[in-house]
Design a binder for this molecule. Structure first.
Ligand SMILES: Cc1ncc(COP(=O)(O)O)c(C=O)c1O
Length: 384
């Protein structure tokens, strides 16, 4: 199978990730932070090691400011529900995922908040910092943006927005679901107040991993209450990090594997990972660009796209094209709407969806060549 669905979850993982999960489960998989026996200490050390690697990757100074979650969705929900109060205003973009949009819709429906959605300047998904800042009101509490579109791959100016938000005293949440492990994130110089990330996409860890970083100035209301291994006699959830986020037993084997994924990224370098994806993306784009039956929706170029080419084949629903790629050519891509309804409305693809080809660090030029040939063959057989 040629796997080109890395924006959903990355595959394959570096061999170290599989090895780490297995050896950890075999040797020291106790419950971290609950007991003080040797195996529990080994588990806690392993969790701490992953926190420290993430600190290095995102330039976080205190590892305890990272809380682990099972995915980016829960991290985003914790951040959004935890920070907003009645009367607050939020600014977001039309490129967001439903894990940002649905909490905002619900809070608005219940009369808690109001929000402004900033639409891109063009069909390549360009969002400018000025457009975000023009939407600021006196009661704007939160700006939440995705680092990069999960539909067309466009990279947003997420580093620049942080500075502008800081000057206005607005809390800044970045959804790093598409970008963590590929793009640079420096929470300090980019003034990021909260960073939500999945562990199972660009960070190359197992599914069931993710996390939320909080700047020390941020205090959240917990949305989940439970056992933390700390302050057991208190009737309320501890409000300190990471316990406020980490209720219940962690996915310790997953977090061990995530640690190996992040170490691989630190060793390889995000710049090299992005460059490799850009190289492959350009090859694919060049092969398809001249074909009149294929419509390309993504902009390609240095630092423009985190590794996605979205397209439609003349007269074909995206699912039909993806099914052909799967059944006839054994190529895995994702059709449909990618949980990003506003992006598809903006692109006017609410009826057909888009075929999303999302690259990973381990894809090869041969795979890209084969994918381009297969798409051209499908296009050849499509209606005139
Ligand atoms: C931009 C974006 N945000 C959030 C998510 C949700 O991530 P998870 O599946 O880890 O909850 C995704 C997943 O595709 C995404 O692409």
């Amino acid at each position: 199978m040629v796997y080109l669905d890395n924006a959903a979850t990355s595959f394959p993982k570096p061999p170290e990730v599989y090895d780490r999960v297995l050896s950890f489960m075999r040797e020291s998989c106790a419950n971290p932070g609950r007991s003080s026996h040797e195996m529990a200490r080994a588990s806690a050390n392993c969790i701490m090691k992953t926190r420290e690697s993430l600190c290095q990757l995102f330039n976080i100074s205190n590892p305890l400011q990272i809380g682990f979650t099972p995915n980016a969705t829960l991290a985003l929900n914790m951040a959004i529900y935890g920070i907003l109060k009645k009367g607050d205003h939020v600014i977001t973009t039309a490129l967001e995922h439903n894990s940002v949009l649905r909490p905002l819709y619900e809070l608005k429906k219940n009369g808690v908040i109001d929000y402004t959605v900033v639409t891109p300047k063009n069909h390549f998904g360009t969002i400018e910092t000025q457009s975000i800042m023009r939407a600021v009101r006196t009661n704007t509490k939160l700006i939440v943006v995705t680092a990069s579109s999960n539909v067309i791959g466009a990279i947003l100016p997420y580093g620049e927005i942080g500075d502008a938000a800081k000057r206005k005293g607005i809390t800044y949440l970045v959804d790093a679901s598409q970008g963590a492990g590929v793009l640079d994130f420096d929470v300090q110089s980019m003034q990021i107040s909260m960073l939500a990330f999945p562990g199972h996409k660009g960070l190359l860890g197992p599914q069931g991993t993710g996390g939320l970083y909080l700047d020390e100035s941020i205090s959240l209301r917990p949305i989940i209450q439970g056992g933390t291994g700390s302050r057991s006699f208190e009737t309320v959830q501890p409000l300190f990090m990471p316990d406020i986020i980490e209720s219940g037993t962690l996915n310790t084997p997953g977090i061990a594997g995530l640690g190996a994924g992040v170490e691989f990224i630190l060793k390889t370098g995000t710049r090299n990972i992005l460059k490799k994806k850009e190289f492959l993306l350009e090859r694919l784009y060049e092969r398809l660009a001249g074909n009149k039956k294929i419509r390309l929706f993504s902009r390609i170029g240095p630092n423009q796209n985190c590794g996605i080419l979205a397209l439609l084949i003349n007269g074909m629903d995206s699912s039909e094209a993806a099914n052909l790629l799967d059944s006839r050519y054994h190529i895995a891509v994702r059709p449909g709407f990618h949980c990003a309804p506003l992006a598809h409305k903006f692109l006017k693809t609410e009826k057909t969806g888009l075929v999303r080809i999302s690259l990973g660090y381990f894809n090869t030029s041969d795979e890209i060549q084969y994918t381009a040939d297969s798409l051209l063959e499908i296009a050849e057989g499509s209606p005139a």
